[in-house]
Design a protein around this ligand. Structure first.
Ligand code: GLN
Length: 289
């Protein structure tokens, strides 16, 4: 089968299944299967696919029409200009989350000239923890997750990106295992988290790609979506240095509630919007006792 025909065929199938960007996605899947980059598609559109390549490609296209996200098919997603492997054990990193990481990096450079100890709660693919370690060269990061599968993905990402030496991976439900591992008390300059924040009743209304493919534990934030913020804010101060930074990504319409939850213990609370103008990040500093 000749590349340009195969490409056209994939585009047609995706179009019929109402996939939003059929040409782009068919191209990405084809590149993935034949292990070439995008320019190859234009320069060698007469390339002849092997039978296996063709089969794998059509297999990928079919998975996509069944609602499997492209990133789980190719097994990767770019985040903060770094490449992350993703599996169905982890949430696919979102570009909105880059706002959180950028804010934390700016803050760390300003306050501690990048020499920081940070904790990422619910690290998933490790995108936040690893980006912090990569862009803050003198930092030490603890990445924790309740999912062992996620930690395996995060650890292997850290190895590939070359920051595994400065990241400590901990299997823990929020802070529970951290107490025994770290010894309790004021250790981190920064605690950061993009916790699950979708209200339980809304999870079923999410698009198929998300609700049937991404891990529920990474999405469901309880009745009002705020369970994890409450739990983290309740315990964070025992692990934060004086004037340490607590930084969250929040879901739609949650910034006000999360700021309120933080307000008795934190000061300089700031809300940052994403490129779509939606309040996306809430951060604040721990009040001294
Ligand atoms: N920290 C990871 C991310 O931002 C996972 C977040 C989650 O699973 N809720 O992508």
């Amino acid at each position: 089968m000749i590349l340009k025909e195969v490409l056209r065929q994939g585009i047609e199938i995706l179009k019929t299944a109402d996939i939003e960007a059929p040409a782009l996605e068919a191209g990405v899947m084809l590149c993935h299967v034949i292990k070439r980059d995008r320019t190859f598609l234009y320069v060698h559109n007469d390339y002849v696919l092997s039978e296996k390549e063709y089969r794998d490609y059509i297999g990928a296209i079919n998975l996509r029409t069944q609602g499997k996200p492209l990133q789980y098919i190719t097994g990767r997603q770019e985040f903060m200009s770094l490449e992350f492997a993703v599996t169905s054990d982890v949430l696919i990193p979102r570009h909105d989350t880059e706002i959180l990481v950028e804010e934390v990096i700016k803050y760390a450079k300003r306050e501690w000239s990048s020499k920081v100890k940070a904790l990422d709660i619910g690290t998933g693919s490790g995108c936040i923890a690893i980006s912090l370690a990569h862009y803050l060269k003198e930092s030490h990061v603890t990445a924790l997750d309740i999912s062992e599968g996620a930690l395996r993905v995060a650890q292997s990402n850290a190895e590939k990106i070359g920051v595994v030496d400065r990241i400590n991976f901990v299997h823990s439900d929020l802070f529970t295992r951290l107490e025994t591992e770290q010894g309790k008390g004021n250790v981190f300059d920064i605690i950061v988290s993009n916790p699950p924040y979708i209200p339980s009743y809304e999870v079923e209304e999410l698009q198929v790609e998300v609700k049937d493919n991404e891990p529920r534990t990474a999405l469901d934030g309880g009745n009002d979506g705020l369970d994890l913020y409450r739990a983290i804010i309740d315990s964070a101060e025992a692990f934060l240095a004086h004037h340490g930074l607590l930084a969250f990504e929040v879901g739609y319409n949650q910034a006000g509630d999360v700021s309120k939850l933080m307000s008795s213990k934190y000061y300089d609370i700031k809300i940052v919007r994403d490129i779509g103008g939606i309040e996306r990040v809430v951060l604040g500093k721990l009040k001294p006792l």
